[in-house]
Design a protein around this ligand. Structure first.
Ligand code: GLU
Length: 498
């Protein structure tokens, strides 16, 4: 069987967003599963918008996501160069051939003329299709006009009757009316190849067997097929993936939150989680198991089962998948990532000592369960560092001002100030005494105690919180951790003052 060769062919005109990343990923999964070849080709003939910086970032984002390529601009390969701007001579060679065989012709229509033609067609509710004014200009005449300094595009000569059809691996049999296509432009007046032309030559020369790309390219496919025919190249198979939409069924955009791969990285989404989630956009694994690693996805992926309906990008689902992937990380990796994400907050000292690392590791273990992404870690760990009764939420302040709550906190404050080496066992013993003395129980007892220790209405279980606070208070942190006794006394002072 022919070796599978697929490519991801981004234009370096922006950051890698999830729609394109999904296209890259499906190509990659298909290549790896079929033990084929995955190629990265840079389509940079839009010289005004393409930049080297974007090309570099695209490569970095693909690598971060865990996609590697067998051939590409950086790694080379048998069918290079893999950057279109370095292939211009190749395209020219084929243009010459098509012109000589009269399968293509020079078109001297000015943009203004074409615009006029377009407007007329639209006004009479017709598809704006090039009318073919320059079709009869001979190559000799065209050359004379070019030598005299006129500018021209090169168009493919196509039939105006009949249909062109192909079998799309995702969408099934598709057919297009040639009348609605017109003669596509192959080469622009600046002598650079149009996308629809360069892509055909490259896919043929790079021996691409399957073109897997976004549905927005469906309307380009008949134009490309006509070009394959004109060049007598056998076409590859095509698979067009549905669009990725936001939850409101509109095209995914900034309004829907992060869309660029690097934004997810900054938010603390793991690359394995984004990889997993992107694979589910338009494809569902058999047996409904959704949390999957790279190898499992390679084994299970099935291009034939890719859905035709639009895929909805759901940030909540991604967060859920991320949480599952976080759980599966080693303890060392969790600590490492949490540390990276906390760096800017300056809560941790620059020179972490052994005891700091031990404390931090224990904090990560108990807090990690509570976050969907590492960027949320700060708001969890801050409960140890930020304790300021005057800044408590209004609702919380009200709750501890009731007679009952005040009584509980007062007794707690008296008792804790007389307790040495406070820990969770001592806390449990105190709770029993406070219960007896105040007659409060259940939420009336525990809620004020929690507030007295955390200045918050909810959070970590106290059996996890208390030891971390007590041990953290013995260490040097840029923002010192107050021990339990200090905390309760500050809340008491606050209550007395207000
Ligand atoms: N450069 C095109 C794009 O980024 C590639 C389309 C294709 O895969 O043929 O949309």
């Amino acid at each position: 069987m022919e070796k599978v060769r697929v490519r991801f062919a981004p234009s370096p005109t922006g950051f890698l967003h999830v729609g394109n990343a999904r296209t890259a990923l499906f190509n990659w999964l298909f290549a790896r599963q079929k033990r084929g070849v995955f190629i990265l080709r840079i389509e940079d003939t839009d010289i005004e918008r393409s930049t080297a910086e974007y090309e570099k970032r695209l490569g970095e984002d693909l690598q971060w996501l865990g996609l590697d390529w067998n051939e590409g601009p950086d790694v080379g390969g048998e069918f290079g160069p893999y950057r279109q701007s370095l292939r211009l001579e190749l395209y020219k060679k084929y243009t010459q051939k098509l012109l000589e065989e009269e399968k293509a012709y020079y078109c001297f229509c000015s943009p203004a003329e074409l615009e006029e033609e377009r407007k007329k067609a639209l006004a009479s509710e017709k598809m704006p299709v090039y009318g073919g004014k320059c079709r009869s200009i001979t190559l000799e005449e065209a050359k004379r006009r070019l030598a005299a300094g006129e500018q021209a595009t090169v168009r493919l000569r196509t039939e105006s009757q009949g249909n062109i059809s192909y079998l799309d691996l995702v969408r099934g049999q598709l057919s297009f009316d040639l009348q609605l296509i017109g003669d596509p432009i192959l080469v622009r007046s600046n002598e650079l190849p149009a996308y629809n032309y360069a892509v055909v030559i490259d896919d043929f020369m790079m021996k691409i067997t399957h073109v897997i790309r976004g549905e927005d390219h469906i309307s380009n496919t008949p134009r490309q097929l006509l070009t394959y025919n004109a060049l007598s190249f056998p076409p590859p198979q095509f698979a067009h993936l549905s669009m990725v939409l936001g939850r409101d069924n509109t095209r995914l955009s900034k309004r829907h939150g992060a869309t660029a791969v690097n934004q997810f990285e900054k938010q603390g989404i793991l690359s394995s989680a984004l990889f997993n989630y992107l694979a589910l956009l338009g494809w569902a694994p058999p047996e409904g198991k959704e949390v999957l690693g790279k190898d499992e996805l390679v084994a299970l992926f099935n291009l034939k089962k890719v859905s035709r309906s639009s895929a909805i990008f759901d940030h909540d689902k991604l967060a859920w998948i991320n949480r599952q992937h976080i759980k599966n990380l080693s303890s060392k990796k969790k600590v490492e990532l949490a540390y990276i994400h906390l760096k800017e907050t300056r809560l941790l000292p620059e020179d972490m000592t052994g005891p700091h690392w031990e404390w931090f590791q224990r904090a990560v273990e108990v807090l990690i369960e509570r976050v969907d992404r590492f960027s949320d870690f700060h708001q969890e760990i801050v409960v140890f560092f930020k304790f300021s009764p005057p800044e408590m939420e209004k609702k919380i302040k009200e709750e501890i001002k009731t007679k009952e709550a005040f009584k509980v906190i007062k007794v707690f404050s008296e008792k804790i100030s007389q307790t040495e080496r406070f820990d969770y066992d001592k806390f449990s013993a105190l709770v029993q005494e406070i219960k007896k003395e105040t007659g409060c129980k259940g939420r009336d007892l525990y809620h004020p105690l929690r507030i007295a220790l955390t200045a918050r209405g909810s959070g970590l279980e106290l059996d996890k919180f208390i030891p971390l606070v007590e041990e953290g208070a013995k260490l040097n942190f840029p923002v010192p951790i107050k021990n339990c006794s200090q905390r309760v006394s500050e809340v008491m002072d606050f209550l007395k003052r207000s």
